[in-house]
Structure formats: structure tokens, C-alpha cells
Design a protein around this ligand. Sequence first.
Ligand SMILES: [Ca+2]
Ligand SMILES: [Ca+2]
Length: 346
Amino acid sequence: MLVQGPNVTTTVRSLTLGGETGAAATLQLSGTSTAEFRAIGEIRIAPLGRLALRDGRSLTARDIEIRGRILVEAGDSQISGAVVNSGLISIGAGSAATFLSEVTGDGSVVVSTGSTVTFAESYFGSRIGGPGSVVFHGAVTPQGAERKLLIDGEATLGETAVLEITLGGNIAGSLHDSVVFQGHVALGGTLSLTAANGNIPPVNQSFTLLQYASRSGQFDLVEFDHSLPSGLDWAITYTTTGVELTTSALPGDIDLDGNVDRSDLALLTANLGMSTGATWTTGDLNADGATSLHDLMLLRNLLGASAAASASTPVPEPAMHWMAVAMLGCVAVRSANSCRTATRMR
Ligand SMILES: [Ca+2]
Ligand SMILES: [Ca+2]
């Protein structure tokens, strides 16, 4: 069945397209980019249903359940309504789709060459395939059994994006959320870290949070949902292939070998004066984007300390560090009772 949509705004109460078995049913909306197809209630696309948006037609519903397919075949289409995708969202060549509401589900999103999919709100999922581009402006949360989000094409995390990563265990290598970018990623926005069940990993455990073929930019802000033992810190490092988190690092242990020593001092002094874009690796220990005398003071306070010793003995509280943390304060998120340590990266 093929229904060619009219060139005017069409409103229906709700729509179920296709069935579980039998012949495929296709609703094709095409003709003019100013026309909108609107459902007051929900749109259900059954396994044998296909909804094709051509020429930039907009689709609006309260809820959109996809067990069949949504095909964006030409133009720039906007889809508004909470999407649960256990089927396929396919963005055809030379077209674009913007999802204005939350998208969840374990279904696939495939983006063709020269095409772009934009998630203006939250995206919860495990797979965005195809060589096209993906842009995130809201929360991004890996889902699925492997707790991994795999993205084939070029990706952008905009300044309002929040990448949510939950650390599931208290040992390195335990299951935790991660994102694999097979292509280039432009990083920005917030990295939000949560310790599942309050299990804060012990000193100097490393987790690979992100992998990428290439990268530009860095997170503007890193948030944690738990305070760490006095004098310890979280280190975010950017390598040529990924982003790593070292938990409960000693402020000053720039090379993350578990000791604050002359090697770390040499690394910091080599970058002293770096005013923008500095990271832990280049001596920015208080994560303000610069490598300055403040960072040097943090390192000096712990010169000679070792992570092994700090695991059993409380590390002396470096005054400058906690002054910096106090200035940054806590950011309340999700509930009035939760207090996340927020760190401005640049
Ligand atoms: Ca060191
Ligand atoms: Ca700094």
C-alpha cells in the first residue's frame, strides 16, 4: 500500500501503520517542506510498516513507536515526539533528520553518505551506523547489554550535549559505559560520570571511556556524582585514540604512574604558562584549562607521595586544591540532594 501525503498539514488522532505479518504498508509523505503530518496521540509503525518522509516533511506525534522503519529520503525533515525505536531509522543520501524529542530503544539508526542526523534532545542507544554525520545537543547515554554506543560516521557533541557514563564496578576493566567513534569526533559539552551504587573505584584505576579514530576539542565541563577521599582527584586524559579516566589520582601525578615525583614536576614546568586547552597531561591539575602556579602548588604539596601509600593512609589535604574546589562548588543535578563536583575544563 502506498499513500501519497497531501501538500497541506494533516492531523489525525493516531495512526498504526502495517501489521505483524502479510504485505508491507507504506505511508509516503512528500511534496512540500511546509506541510506537516501530525498525530494528536501516537504513531505506531508495526514490523511491516514503513513511513517515508520526502522533501523535508515534518512529523509530529505525542509518541512514536518504531518496530518497522522510518525512512528520510530527501530534504531536511523534523520529527517531534518521544521515539522508541526497536526497528530502523534510515536517513537516505543527501538528506537530514532532526529529532526534537527523546530517542530511546535498541533499534538501529543508519545515516547515508552526505547525510546528517541531529538529536536535539536525549539519545539513549547502542548503534548509529553508516558513513553520515551525527550531531548531539542533549544527553547521550550508551545502552544495551554491552553498555557501549558505537558510531560509524563523523560525530559532534555540541556545547549543550551531556555524555553520561556510569562506572559499574570498582575495578578497572569491569563493565562500564563507553562510546566508540569509528571516525572523527568533535568533543564539547559535558562529561557526566556516575559511580553505580556508590562504588567509587580505588586509587589509580584507569577506564577507557571513549575511543576514536581522531578527535578535535575537549569536554567543557566534567561532572562527578560523588566526592572523593580527601586529597585525591579524578584525572581525565586525552590520548591519540581515546579519553581515559584515572580514578582517585594524586593531584600532581601527571604521568599517572602512582607517584608524584620529579618526572611529574618536569612535565608541569615544561607546560607552565599554557593558558588555554591545558589538560591533566599538560599539567592542568585543577582543570581550569591553564597550567599555572596554582597547579605547581598542588604538585609541590604532594611531592614524594605515592598512590600505594595513599590507598591505606589519608593523603594530606592540599590547601590550594580544596580552595579551587570550593570556588568551583557543587552543581546540583537530578535531585536536590545530589551534589556533583563540577570542573570547568576551559
Ligand atoms: Ca608520576
Ligand atoms: Ca590549572
